[in-house]
Write a protein of this length. Sequence first.
Length: 341
Amino acid sequence: MTIPLLQRFRGVYIEDGSSISLPDGLERYWRGCRGGNKQSRGTQAGVKLTLRVDMLQGTLHGPLLQDGRSHESKSLLQQVPLVKGALWIADLGYFALVRLAQLSQAGVYFLMPLKDGVVTWVEGKRVDVLSVLQAQGQEGDQEYALILGAGKQVPCRLLARRATEAQVKRRHAQQDEYAHKHGTQVTQRQREWAGWILLISNVPAPLLTLAEAFVLLRVRWQIELVWKLWKMQGQVDEWQTKNEARILCEIYAKLLAVLLQHWLMLLTCWDDPHRSSIGIGEMVRDQVVVLAHGFCRRLSLTQALRLVCEAIRQATGRSIAGRLARPSASRLLLACDDGLT
């Protein structure tokens, strides 16, 4: 089954990074953040994994490895171009006007949160986004044509929606936790900014409505699930030795294993929009012995892979069951095509 909303684009790419702290002796290979704060001392060694996933085809770009101290804005994936007509979805860590301008010039669409403090223009006048939104009273969804940057370099749409009470409460708690951890204070503007969900996008309105954009933003969380799967099930950030060389070998081997697991998912059930990555991961682990026989040539590798794929196809529990209270992202995306947004 396909998702028509995603098929409007030549690719829907979600991108994010995740870090693994390493023993200090591995600093000569991968340098960590060092810094630390009142709650932690930082790490001398660490590696950052950067990954880009095409939710349309399942293609992976990465994971690319770089020093743990590297910021998302310095991602190695910036050197991997996106095709014209593709949609790139990322979080605030990747917000950079230069990057957004480059994407627009290349004909690539973007969808991401708006960063506070960026110079914004509406109808040729420099404005404060928060003031513009608050001037509309209790109106929930709002949309404006913006230009970002002091040099007016990035034309886009501002898509605004009031956060729910539960979202505001959770965001305020996160602000308080961050302020306590770093010894700062939460400003009134930060409190008010937390009352809105603000997105920017250069996708034309006929191609993507405001309601569809907020549903599509949920796709970005799929990459968080990838990291959770790789660390929780693949245990790429854990090891059973103190030998530093073996630690690196174990990390690299586990990364190869989770890539193989993803490849098996592509072969068996990527066309199912409700597929459960966690469930499929469990099925792959159940078939490890068969794969081992294939790699050790007790079976032909082709035969071993065929047996594993067939076991996954026939297994129950590989799809996420429908639920009314908290529908999955896949069902929300399909509902967009039915006009239920």
